[in-house]
Design a protein around this ligand. Structure first.
Ligand code: ZN
Length: 344
């Protein structure tokens, strides 16, 4: 086979240590400043790498230790965005957040994550994945006072993300993942311009490209939203056929403790599937057997060499010990099924 089946990976984020940022919250403020902060971010990244390695995770992330939030952590480094005068805006049609404003042409004065990726690449021999926010999700996390046109603004970001992605790829990143939770909300816009913006962001990349679509972190607004979605969550049914026709190579979906019908995986023929086998909305650590059960259920719809056991979403809002337990459960669950397949 040439490589391990059922390679495990995480959606992207891990909780940050309390000496880096205030724990158990999104957009948590940094505890330090200046060079002390930079050093603390590097130390936290090394710990995130070691924790994944020790747990037995195969494709490693930096745990997003160097950014406060998966979207604004990128935007903070661009020109044309005003963070000084945030406005309150409804995001993902679900909850209000204080978001920055676009006030001029979007520019990237310099690469944002180059040093983060250099560190990640230098610290592990495992394959590595790097996550970037997707264009549609970015524009759904800021107020546009300049372009006044969602597709045009998304394409501007897609161009910038593409430059960044190409630079990160050249440093040895194996998978570049774009996080597009907004793809589960604006189903018509995904078809009319969202997928085009995503493909523009991934244009020309030779490494694997992934899209993470999800039902969000385990915060209350998302838990309430999920209650309105009915007995079956079929949002992916609209978007998967569009993604299936795209050049994106991997797609993640939320499976454990979700009401997503697993047969929807069948809409993604030919793609790698990241199967969410860890619930990020619960502090209960899954047993390896539970993880194995989710993987086995997904194996009915995807071949083992195309199945990547993963978390449902980022683990940043969880307590560290819980996230660590979940990393171990994920790897142990994959080992059980690998053995059953005779690939252990
Ligand atoms: Zn997610």
């Amino acid at each position: 086979m040439g490589r391990t089946l059922l390679q495990t990976t995480i959606a992207g984020s891990l909780p940050k240590p309390a000496w880096l940022a205030q724990p158990n919250q999104l957009w948590a403020p940094w505890v330090l400043e200046g060079e002390s902060l930079a050093e603390a971010k590097r130390d936290a990244t090394r710990l995130a790498i070691r924790d994944q390695e020790r747990a037995g995770i195969d494709i490693l992330s930096d745990g997003e230790q160097s950014r406060r939030h998966f979207v604004t952590g990128y935007l903070e480094h661009l020109r044309g965005i005003d963070f000084e005068h945030p406005v309150t805006m409804r995001i993902r049609q679900r909850y209000d957040a204080r978001v920055p404003q676009v006030v001029g042409p979007i520019e990237r004065p310099q690469p944002v994550h180059l040093e983060d990726v250099r560190l990640l690449r230098a610290e592990t021999d495992h394959p590595i994945k790097y996550t970037l926010p997707g264009p549609m999700t970015i524009i759904d996390t800021l107020h546009d006072g300049y372009y006044k046109n969602r597709p045009r603004l998304a394409m501007a970001f897609a161009g910038i993300l593409n430059q960044e992605a190409r630079e990160l790829e050249s440093l040895g990143v194996n998978v570049i993942q774009f996080d597009e939770p907004a793809f589960n909300v604006y189903l018509d816009e995904v078809k009319s311009w969202g997928i085009e913006a995503l493909e523009r962001a991934a244009d020309g990349l030779k490494c694997k490209t992934a899209v993470h679509i999800c039902y969000g972190y385990g915060i209350q607004a998302n838990i309430d939203w999920k209650k309105t979605l009915g007995p079956q969550w079929r949002q992916y049914e609209e978007t998967f056929p569009v993604i299936a026709r795209s050049k994106i190579s991997q797609v993640s979906l939320e499976c454990h403790n979700s009401k997503v019908p697993l047969e929807l995986i069948g809409l993604l023929k030919g793609k790698d599937i990241m199967v969410g086998a860890i619930d990020v909305a619960s502090e209960r650590v899954e047993t390896p057997q539970e993880v194995a059960r989710t993987i086995r259920a997904a194996l009915k719809f995807v071949a083992p060499d195309k199945l990547y056991p993963c978390t449902n979403c980022g683990m940043v809002p969880l307590p560290r010990a819980v996230a660590l337990g979940k990393l171990h459960a994920l790897a142990a669950g994959a080992r059980i099924v690998r053995k059953e397949l005779g690939a252990g």
